[in-house]
Design a binder for this molecule. Structure first.
Ligand SMILES: Cc1cc2nc3c(=O)[nH]c(=O)nc-3n(C[C@H](O)[C@H](O)[C@H](O)COP(=O)(O)OP(=O)(O)OC[C@H]3O[C@@H](n4cnc5c(N)ncnc54)[C@H](O)[C@@H]3O)c2cc1C
Ligand SMILES: NC(=O)c1ccc[n+]([C@@H]2O[C@H](COP(=O)([O-])OP(=O)(O)OC[C@H]3O[C@@H](n4cnc5c(N)ncnc54)[C@H](O)[C@@H]3O)[C@@H](O)[C@H]2O)c1
Length: 477
């Protein structure tokens, strides 16, 4: 079969979900995958990184409670951590996900997909065989991103790790240098220092520069307490690996970092260089620009052709997060079905077919020690957006539930209240186990709950969530 209602290129979490929604809506779908069904997220990103972090987090949690700490008789077992990580990466085999595609009725076409023209995709298999697929309704690009490696002289030839090598490592190197203090760099510094590496984090723009400064300060202090050498402002100028295998990273300030491995964690680049974009009038290698229902826009800002091409997930750069990409996937799958069947398209803000939360309320947990949970604006992003906000902060350690949760609990939380004073437009918390605080904030922001109604949402005593009451009291309620 070479004709389908919808063709999806890329079987990461986003492509899989687009195809699933389309098939649930009664259309046929083929999904094209060049590597493993499940994408970057399943094998080299979300789940395996969190598996590398989880044991050390549990150990730290137990050590904060004297009775539990007394039961700890040994140290972290890196081999057991790596073995559990292997399970969470499914041994880098996609049989389980392929079986799921089969079960839900999505056709898998293995190979490299390229646009060949309107609604036409060619797929080149590893054998070199090429098949041409045509779509009756739509083609969806969900090809994700790869690690971006900066043009630092020598870096490309030094055998540098990207997230793929770090996430699939079988042992912790004695000395690990990490270039980039963003989310990947900070999480991997947390993981590998706990697994026994001596870590140097080269953080040109600081540690986690996009979160509230107080949250990043907590993580910076904890990294340094854990023995990580954090070089704020460090900027690599050249990299080389000597005959003994040691990597030498020269920095702009004249310093040199020596390590056994170097991990590049300096952001992502779109997987669009070899996607046939030029065949449909788009520019290869670029992020794809989309409209409110994620139709790809041409150079004049209009949906390409009759609107047959969509882009969802990392590739459209709206939010480089799995949950947000899957949310886009649900909207795209459903809108394709609506347009194909003549049903109403709900494309107003917050309409079923418009992933409005991408622009207003993107939740994220950074799984460092301590964790950072955030959604919506930070003070800086609100300023950039021209919003007038009031920030209200509270010491999480002063909340009864937090004190009970762990001895010496240190953390902080804040809400941003918009200038009219009756809605929350941002939330951040930093502290042990704050991840599960996040969804309450996501609901408050997405539902635009007025503060005088939020006042009636009473947090249970004694939980860490009581910080909500304290924040509202501090705000003057
Ligand atoms: C180290 C790391 C940790 C992360 N941790 C988290 C986390 O904890 N939580 C979170 O929400 N997000 C996390 N992310 C981000 C998350 O991985 C991405 O947002 C997510 O993978 C995007 O999904 P996607 O389907 O758009 O792309 P991908 O997962 O990248 O999947 C794209 C798929 O398309 C395939 N493909 C590409 N080009 C072609 C082609 N031409 N033909 C055929 N197939 C093609 C690829 O092989 C791949 O399988 C992390 C990222 C990194 C790097
Ligand atoms: N827990 C999570 O949700 C999670 C975890 C990991 C990754 N992610 C996602 O993956 C994406 C990629 O993460 P990332 O950490 O690679 O990117 P990032 O954009 O978060 O951080 C990259 C960092 O690299 C630095 N940098 C860039 N170029 C540099 C250079 N030439 N020299 C030195 N430093 C340089 C920048 O200062 C920046 O802080 C993120 O956008 C994030 O959304 C999410």
């Amino acid at each position: 079969m070479t004709e389908y209602d919808v063709i999806v290129i890329g079987a990461g979490p986003v492509g899989e979900n687009v195809a699933d929604r389309v098939v649930r809506g009664g259309l046929t779908a083929a999904i094209v995958e060049a590597e493993l069904v499940g994408g970057e997220c399943s094998y080299w990103a979300c789940m395996p990184t969190k598996a590398l972090l989880r044991d050390a987090a549990a150990l730290r949690a137990a050590r904060r409670l004297p009775g539990a700490a007394a039961a700890i008789t040994g140290d972290l077992d890196p081999a057991a951590v790596f073995a559990r990580r292997d399970r969470f990466a499914s041994g880098w085999k996609d049989d389980g996900q392929v079986a799921w595609l089969d079960q839900v009725g999505i056709s898998l076409v293995r190979g490299h997909g390229r646009l060949a023209g309107t609604r036409t995709v060619t797929v080149t298999a590893d054998s070199g065989d090429v098949v041409t697929l045509t779509a009756r309704h739509a083609v969806v690009l969900a090809t994700g991103t790869s690690a971006s490696v900066p043009a630092v002289p020598g870096l490309a030839d030094a055998g540098a790790w990207t997230n793929r090598e770090a996430v699939s490592a079988t042992r912790a190197p004695e000395r690990l240098a990490i270039i980039g203090g963003g989310v990947v760099g900070s999480e991997m510094a947390t993981a590998f220092s706990a697994l026994g590496s001596s870590v140097t984090l080269i953080a040109r723009d600081g540690v986690l520069p996009n979160v509230e400064p107080y949250a990043s300060e907590h993580v910076l202090a904890a990294l340094r307490d854990a023995g990580v050498d954090v070089l704020i402002g460090g900027s690599p100028t050249s990299v080389s690996r000597d005959a003994a295998g040691t990597v030498h990273i020269a920095l702009a300030d004249g310093g040199v970092v020596e390590a056994d491995e170097v991990l590049v964690a300096t952001g992502r680049t779109p997987n669009s260089a070899d996607l046939g974009l030029d065949r449909v009038g788009l520019t290869p290698g670029t992020w794809l620009t989309v409209d409110d229902t994620l139709r790809v826009l041409d150079a004049s800002g209009e949906p390409l052709g009759d609107g047959w091409l969509y882009a969802a997930g990392d590739i459209n750069r709206r939010a480089l997060l799995t949950h947000q990409g899957k949310y886009q996937a649900r909207a795209v799958g459903d809108v394709i079905v609506a347009r194909a069947t003549g049903a109403a398209v709900e494309d107003a803000p917050w309409g079923r077919h418009t992933p409005t939360a991408d622009l207003r309320a993107v939740p994220q947990v950074v799984f460092t020690e301590p964790e950072i949970a955030s959604v919506g604006h930070t003070v800086a992003s609100a300023e950039r957006a021209g919003l007038k906000v009031r920030s209200v902060e509270y010491d999480l350690g002063a909340v009864a539930g937090a004190a009970l949760h762990a001895d010496g609990y240190a953390g902080r939380a804040s809400i941003l209240i918009d200038d009219e004073g009756d809605r929350i437009v941002g939330f951040t918390a930093v502290g042990p186990d704050v991840a599960e605080l996040l969804h309450a904030a996501t609901i408050a922001i997405t539902a635009e709950v007025p503060l005088d109604r939020l006042w009636h949402a009473v947090p249970a005593y004694p939980t860490v969530s009581e910080v909500w009451l304290r924040l509202l009291e501090t705000a003057g309620l």
